[in-house]
Design a protein around this ligand. Sequence first.
Ligand code: MN
Length: 479
Amino acid sequence: MNKTFDDLINLIREYNPTEVGKVTKAYNYAKMLHNGQYRESGEEYITHPVNVAYILAEMHADSDTVCAGLLHDTIEDTPVRKEDIAEEFNADVANLVDGVTKISKMNFSSKEEENGANTRKIITSITEDVRIIIVKLADRLHNMRTMEFKKPFKQKENSLETMEIFAPLAYCIGAYRIKSELEDISFKYLMPDMYSSILENKLKIEASSEECLKEMFYKIHRILSDRDIPNEIKIRTKNIYGIYKKLSEGYKISNIHDLLALKIMVDDIDRCYLSLRYIHELYHPVNDKFKDYICNPKTNMYRSLHTTVFGKDDRLVQAQVRTFDMDKVDSFGLTTYWDINKGEARHTMQQDLKNKYQFFRSLVEINKEFGDNQDFVRQVKSELFSNNIYVYNTDGSVIELPVGSTIIDFAYKISKTVGNTLVGAIVNDRYVPVDYVLHNKDRVKVLTDNLSFGPREEWIDKAQTTGAKVLIREFNRRI
Ligand code: MN
């Protein structure tokens, strides 16, 4: 499973041939510095940074980031300093390595407070340069893949931390592949028996549905090609942890509507909708399972059409229809920009993070509001990393909120003025008070009145989100 330096260089040559020399230089530098160091598996230490860089190169990371992947443990584990790296390479590479170093000193046997401080550093580094988190995610992924040589206690600790911090972070920036793999490896270490039993069932279902999926695959491929829609189709099954979550909600494995999916990729948006029509002509859709994430993207910028159809032998199969470009964003999230916008990666990514990703603004607010590290971590976990609900505004746009949010949270999420003049709401055509607890898919129309008293102090306890609490407090200080 481990990749070699040759694998890395071949990959770089494919997508970024002009940078082969720079990456080779970083490899030689790191190899020289880590000389004589070994991993717990007995391998030379350099295998780890090479594989971290490889994971980054798979996402077509820019050369500064790939070099940072190769050098990411040098400041911590060798005599080299940030200034040396800046001189040898450039300031960006040095900043990235330094950023990763600052957040990698996690030490779980230490006091809770220290953990809080470390976790805060990890999470807030995203506001400086999101590439720091991406290198860290690649680092964590390779460490998780090669964890069999660690002590069982350490395996569990790392898995827990990965589940609580790194997988949600990967989800926030839309890096689904990394998120799914991190979840499955952690789950394997945390609940080994459950993991094997689900895996076994999953393999059984995959085997028994192979014929059905293949037939659907060819039929859909043919009908689209006949209609002049060039397409590529892939078969995918839900990740093990995803299945586990569904099972613990009470579903039977055979009733998980997106357990099996066909991913259909076409050239442009028009062809997505046209393809959907032909698929529905071939296979009856389950009407209430259709989702249009193209016009209503997920808050982490995932876009696709989802439909569940009655496949062969009454099997439920999900079809995900999207363009090739969307598929890149869907698999790699924010990191896709490396590909789309070469050279401008950092700026574009940081800008889009601010403007398009709903979690980012909340994170900045929580960071401002919570001085204590442990409070900060607790709030991020409950407000950003736990299960969220998605509700509709009157114009159909989707607002993401933590479970337990009320009309008050919704109103302040829209704007300060809406929150400060809020008097009630109509949810799914029914009048509700401001402390009404929202549910997934609610349609919300807030009612405001410029002559209202404004938010009362007791609303603070009725709100879940930091943004709302801060603004209510601010209003009450003013009067
Ligand atoms: Mn490392």
